[in-house]
Every structure is written in C-alpha cells, then in structure tokens.
Ligand binder design. Structure first.
Ligand code: ATP
Ligand code: MG
Length: 406
C-alpha cells in the first residue's frame, strides 16, 4: 500500500465563496513546485489535498514523499501536512498496516492517543470504537506505551474517506498564509540588503505573486553586486514560486542627480525616481502594488516626511510590511528564509554610492517636487525602463545550481 501526503489548508477554508479559487491556485502552485521531482496525482476533498506519488514500489513512493515534504513546508496556503498510509476501508487492513507503519513514531514515544475522523458515515464502526480497538492493538504491539488523551507524545489519526482510509502519526506545521497568486501581483524593490527579501517573503505569504526590480549603477556598482541580488531571487523561489526579475540601469539618473540637485536632497529624489520607474514596470507586469523593505526610522530616508515624499509620486499602493518591525525581528526572518548570509555580503548598492553627508531628515513634499521639476527626467526614466533586463527565476533551476538547498 502506498504512502501519500495529506495537505490541510486551514485559513483558506474560511474564505467562503473564494474558496474554490483558492483551492485551484494552491493546486496549480503545488503542481508547479513538484513537477520536476516525479509524477504525482492530486485530488481534493473536505479541506484536504491528497498528493499521491505515482510509484511502482513502496520504497519509490516513500522516496518521493521524502523529497517533496521539505518543499511543501515552504508553500503558502498550507496550514499542516502529514505523510499518511493509504489502507482499504476495512478495520482489519487498517490495524494490520498501522502496526508496522507507525513503528518509528511509536517506538520514540512514551504516550499516545488515537483519533478517528469518519467522513464516510456508512463505515460500520463509529469513531470511539475505532479509537478504542486500534488503541488496544497498538498497546499490545508496543507495550512500553501508555495512553494519554490530553498531552500525548504522538496522536495517531485514522481518517475514513470516500474510497480509502488513511493513517498518520506526525502532523507537521505548514508555512501558513495564502497561496501565492490569490491576492494578485506586486512589484518588489529588491536591494541587496537584509530587509527587502524579508518584505518579499511577508507579502508572498499574504498571497501576492512577486516580481522584483533592482536598480544598478554600473560601473559604480559591480557585476558581483548584481549577482548577489540574483542569488537573493533564487533564495526566495521556494517561498514565492517563480520570480521575474528586472535589473534597471540607474547610472544616468544618479549622475544627473549628482550634477544638478542639492546634495541634501539626493537620496529623496533618487527614491522618487526609483518609484516612478517601478510604476512603469508595475504597469507592464500587471502589478497592483509596490513592495519595499522600509522600516520606520531606520535611516534618514525612512522618516514619515521622507516616506510622504516618495508616496507623493506613487499611483498604486506602496506596501511596507516591515514598517513596524525592528532589525532583530527582521534578521530572524531573514535567517529563517535563508537570505541572511547572502544579504550581508559586502557589495555596494546604488544607494550607498552617492550618499549625501547630511541628508534632509524632514523634507517637505512640495519643496522636493519643485527641486525635481528643475530637471526633466522623463526621457531618462523612459530609457531606464526600456533598458531594464528581465530574467525569470524558478525553484528547480535554483536547486540545480545549488543556491537553494532543502
Ligand atoms: P534593505 O536592507 O532592503 O537594503 P535598507 O534598510 O538598506 O533596506 P534603504 O537602503 O533605505 O534601506 O532601502 C529601502 C528600500 O528601498 C529597500 O528595502 C528596497 O525596497 C528599496 N531599495 C533600496 N535600494 C534599492 C536598489 N538598489 N534596487 C531596488 N530597490 C532598492
Ligand atoms: Mg539597503
């Protein structure tokens, strides 16, 4: 009999009428994530997706399950998942399979309980009877065990479904959130720093598909700096799925700013121009929002007044998921999602190339607009958008190249 994976989707089940779209998007995301690993069939019933490896032997099916579990733990929209043994809908088969299948889990445990979920009400035994009888059989097979219904080390679950029954012991926590794509698309401003990859993770968790754009100013910024940002994209693919990435040539605009604007306004004007370029790319990529890694008060450009100056040129919402977080919290997430080590590599970012000695801390939006109007940037913005190079990153490619390990 086969081993399969049960995927439970918690939060999605609350979404009423949207539920079937959510299920469809999750199924599509799962198919995409697993397609390079092997053949699987997918089906759904009662807030559960069943992923069945198409394998000839038990060993082959267990190997496929081993390979996909770590990947599935990074797919948003999954509340919990469990490897499970498929059985005939017959108590004799269920108990005969439960004893060997649960050996590892039960040998390591001191206490356990059995739970039964009977979706098929025609099954001849009621839930309490299934629990009592299977509990007795497991106790005699593993005599070191004791039953503890309140805080067991292991909960053995028996699910009686329409055509089959399933047994599982270890339910693992999923990544939570909503399936990527259910909330639409957003354009991430991705620097090489610690914060913006974390912002991508957080918004992908709320169901946004992420497209990234990075501003590079060669020769002031190096090819290595750009490769670092590409590595960050690869590291984000297990969470975000595939990511389209734009690298925008920003040198001309930065040189013009350095030549013609007052030094203290340099950063704020640069950020407004980034925002203007990003909006053009967002339009092309059908993105309904821009995402940044800003956090209030972290640096001079992240005061309320500076944010007001950048938002003044934004025509779509600018989402700043890190706005209320402090650096330690952000670093914890960046370690968890495995972007930290890449982010701390010391390559220059275009923001650090021309840094004013005394940036304006509380710029006035009208004054900033007036200063910007002294130069016509529209052609330069157009050239930057047109000169942007696009690349698409996907998890299976990142894995082949070794930049993502599971
Ligand atoms: P990060 O750690 O993400 O670099 P930061 O704390 O260094 O953020 P800033 O350098 O002020 O802060 O950048 C704020 C945000 O602006 C970044 O989180 C990112 O969204 C965006 N940003 C900055 N530089 C770039 C760049 N070169 N390309 C694209 N986006 C950028
Ligand atoms: Mg930065």
């Amino acid at each position: 009999m086969r081993e399969i994976i049960l995927v439970k989707y918690g939060e999605m089940a609350l979404k009423g009428a949207n539920r079937s779209t959510f299920e469809d998007v999750l199924l599509r995301n799962l198919r995409f994530r697993l397609k390079r690993i092997g053949r699987f069939s997918f089906s759904k019933a009662q807030s559960t997706i069943y992923i069945v490896p198409e394998a000839k032997t038990d060993e082959e099916s267990a190997a496929l399950v081993d390979a996909v579990m770590p990947r599935l733990k990074k797919v948003f929209g999954i509340a919990a998942l469990a490897r499970a043994r498929e059985c005939e809908k017959d108590f004799a088969d269920i108990s005969a399979q439960a004893v060997p299948y649960l050996r590892d889990a039960l040998t390591a445990a001191k206490t356990f309980k059995v739970e039964a979920k009977r979706a098929d009400k025609a099954f001849p035994m009621k839930s309490p009877q299934i629990c009592a009888e299977l509990g007795g059989i497991l106790l005699s097979a593993y005599p070191h065990l004791k039953v503890n219904v309140n805080e067991p080390d292991v909960t053995v679950t028996v699910e009686i479904r329409d055509s089959k029954a399933y047994i599982h012991a270890a339910r693992e926590k999923g990544a939570g959130g909503l399936p990527v794509g259910t909330a639409g698309n957003a354009l991430l401003l991705l620097s090489g720093g610690i914060d913006s990859p974390v912002a991508a993770y957080m918004m992908a968790k709320r169901g946004l598909r992420i497209t990234a754009c990075h501003f590079a100013s060669p020769p002031y910024t190096s090819e290595r700096a750009r490769l670092k940002v590409e590595t960050l994209c690869e590291k984000l693919t297990p969470w975000c799925g595939s990511i389209a990435f734009y690298c925008v040539p920003f040198t001309e605009i930065q040189e013009e700013l350095e030549r013609s604007c007052p030094e203290e306004y340099f950063t704020i004007l640069m950020r407004r121009l980034m925002m203007q370029i990003a909006q053009e790319i967002a339009k092309e990529e059908n993105c309904g929002a821009i995402v940044t890694g800003e956090s209030l008060g972290q640096v001079a450009s992240q005061t309320l007044q500076a944010i007001a100056c950048t938002d003044a040129v934004a025509r779509i919402p600018v989402l700043r998921p890190l706005i209320g977080m402090d650096k330690i919290e952000i670093v914890d997430i960046s370690r968890k999602i495995d972007t930290y080590e890449t982010s701390i590599q010391p390559y220059e970012d275009c923001c650090t190339v021309f840094t004013p000695r005394h940036p304006k801390l509380r710029p006035d939006p009208d004054e900033v607009a007036e200063i910007q109007n002294e130069v016509d940037f529209s052609e330069m913005v157009r050239r930057a958008v047109e000169g942007a190079e696009k690349k698409v990153f996907a998890q299976h490619i990142a894995e082949e190249q070794g930049s993502v390990t599971l």
